[in-house]
Design a protein. Sequence first.
Length: 150
Amino acid sequence: MLLTPKIPSRPKAFTLTEIIITIIIMAIIMTLASIKYTRTMAQSYEQDLLLQMRVINNMLEVERRMQGDFPTANMSTLNEINTTLQLQIPASNYYTSYAYVYTPPTGTPPGTYALTVGTKESWAITYSSTTGKYACSAGTCPSCTATSCD
């Protein structure tokens, strides 16, 4: 009977180097995922804000058609906008400032207005009834530019 020498087997555990490399790879993947998540959330907030602004603009247009002009009182809070236009847009901690500024007409009505909403990340979107466009008016918006949000 032939006896073969028993080769000592490697212990069934990970080495410290393998664990450190695995942790580093996981940290890189999590960093990349969190950057993408943050960007996606900011774009989602931007799209939600544009939707809110379109609702407000539609109600301003209804007001203009019913009264012959846009509301002449400037509004600086969401509550004032909701009350004046009979809307029920819910408040959000993300959107920090609302501003509706009316400019009287130089001749016959209607006048013009600008609607601006700011966020807690220091970017804002403005709609101008003169141009009929939404645009990034402060900070770095997720996808809107200084000229349009198309």
